[in-house]
Write a protein that binds this ligand. Structure first.
Ligand SMILES: Cc1cc2nc3c(=O)[nH]c(=O)nc-3n(C[C@H](O)[C@H](O)[C@H](O)COP(=O)(O)OP(=O)(O)OC[C@H]3O[C@@H](n4cnc5c(N)ncnc54)[C@H](O)[C@@H]3O)c2cc1C
Length: 443
């Protein structure tokens, strides 16, 4: 018998993945007295929420993944952080610190982008009453507006990590992140570690789940280190991992779930970090966001934040197809960013910025993307993926399953993990007297 099996045969629930959803679910289940086996393929907890101090960036704190707590007025992690004594504060509003350039090298008229965005929003929202379509198609009436390509790139590639012609209009609208953003000065990954990891209990790091099989009264969880038996399994891995069939299910997942997965591909948002080579700061104050007007719809788009938190870093964001094209190519990513900044701010930038790092979410087998987006016609796929299977013995949770208007975010992952854990509690019968996992009943 493997070490893993003998050590954990009495788990009530196996939680697969110790990202935000898995940590939140494990914390809730442990709080109800259940025995949880929390299995994580990677070498750390937090999943995509990861604050690091890379040597390539001079040891400055760097969130490879999420850094904003969006939609502050309904984001449960803000109150949680405050209750745990973890510092959070409102970010300076984007409009007060952004510089939109209309090439070559000059700021656009101050209200040009905002006025165009208001027109774009009116046109797109007018289509919400009809059948679902792509965000780009919904904006067809303003296709000729000189700012439409830029607005689409922002809303699509940057915010949703997918291009506007591939995004469901209805899902985009359901998950629009209104209001204030908060930031955590110590990093959002560090916030997750401080607020969620303590309640989640022991995490078995470096354990790759390869299969989940239904058996009478429970599940068998197959891993690269042995088999674990539990009453139920809650799987929080990304749709990228599920679509790659990295975990085999027996019986196979039903067709409606496979169709939901098809409708929720992983988008990619990559961060490219450059460092200042000298004292030159281009006249930009700390945290200034810079992007330029795009000429063509669907063209690669870069948005850069300079010197955030007083660091010497320029962090570029590139999303959607442009990000996938650069995945696994850090040198090309740095060149892409320098070329774009040279066209935006002037060729001088090349002398003063040097490559730092590019994030690796697209090629990391633990994630295979940044976060999921729904394709046109698939706004309902998130609810389908999050519904109980196998009479409640198998559930999926995580950012892709969030149905509370926060899909794709840390808060959505947190709520989805807790929601799934609560649903599982309702499905599980009390544990047998011999202490073996409780059998599931029909839902
Ligand atoms: C670049 C970037 C920027 C972002 N910016 C923001 C932001 O500013 N604000 C925001 O709210 N959100 C943002 N997000 C999204 C946010 O990070 C995610 O929505 C959230 O962290 C997802 O959490 P999760 O628990 O659903 O999934 P994950 O974090 O992916 O957790 C799943 C876990 O499962 C593990 N796993 C995978 N396969 C296996 C296996 N076979 N066996 C065992 N374990 C496995 C993984 O290693 C991972 O730890 C960003 C994401 C990225 C990548």
């Amino acid at each position: 018998m493997s070490v893993l099996a003998s050590a954990s045969a009495d788990a009530d629930i196996a939680v697969v993945g110790a990202g935000v959803a898995g940590l939140a679910a494990a914390g809730l289940l442990r709080g109800k007295g259940l025995r949880v086996a929390l299995l994580e393929r990677g070498a750390r907890t937090g999943g995509r929420a990861w604050t690091d101090r890379p040597a390539a960036l001079g040891g400055a704190p760097f969130d490879h993944g999420p850094q904003w707590l969006h939609a502050a007025q309904r984001n449960p992690l803000i109150a949680l952080a405050q209750s745990r004594g973890v510092a959070v504060h409102p970010d300076t509003p984007w409009d007060d610190r952004s510089l939109v350039m209309d090439p070559p090298g000059r700021p656009a008229a101050s209200t040009a982008y905002d006025d165009a965005e208001a027109r774009w929003q009116d046109v797109v929202r007018a289509r919400l009453g009809g059948a679902d379509t792509s965000l780009a198609r919904a904006a067809q009436a303003v296709a000729d507006d000189p700012w439409t390509a830029t607005i689409e790139a922002w809303e699509g590639a940057i915010i949703a990590a997918g291009d506007a012609d591939e995004l469901s209009l209805h899902d985009w609208h359901a998950n629009a992140l209104e209001g204030e953003n908060f930031v955590a000065p110590g990093g959002l990954g560090a916030l997750v570690a401080a607020c969620l990891a303590p309640d989640a209990g022991e995490v078995r790091l470096g354990v790759r789940v390869t299969g989940i099989e239904a058996e009478p009264g429970g599940v068998r969880v197959l891993t690269d280190q042995g088999v674990l038996r539990a009453g139920a399994a809650l799987v929080t891995v990304s749709t990228g991992v599920l679509r790659a069939e990295a975990i085999a299910f027996a019986p196979a997942l039903p067709n409606h779930v496979l169709r939901a997965l098809d409708g929720l591909p992983m988008g990619l948002l990559s961060k490219i970090a450059l460092r200042a080579a000298d004292a030159e700061r281009f006249g930009l104050k700390p945290a200034t966001g810079v992007f330029r007007r795009l000429e063509a719809r669907g063209a690669p788009f870069l948005s850069t934040i300079f010197w955030a938190g007083g660091t010497d870093l320029a962090v570029g964001f590139v999303g959607g197809r442009a990000a996938w094209a650069l995945a696994g190519r850090p040198d090309e990513a740095a060149s892409f960013m320098l070329d774009d900044l040279a066209a935006t701010l002037g060729h001088d930038v090349r002398r003063h910025l040097v490559p730092g790092l590019a994030t690796r979410w697209g090629e990391d087998a633990c994630f295979l993307g940044a976060y999921a987006y729904a394709t046109p016609g698939n706004a309902g796929a998130r609810a389908v993926l999050g519904a109980p299977l196998w009479d409640g013995r198998l559930m999926f949770a995580g950012e892709a399953c969030a149905t509370d208007g926060l899909a794709g975010t840390v808060a959505g992952a947190y709520l989805s993990g807790r929601h799934a854990a609560q649903a599982m509690l309702g499905c599980l019968q009390p544990a047998r007297p011999d202490g073996f996992p409780g059998a599931a009943r029909s839902v």
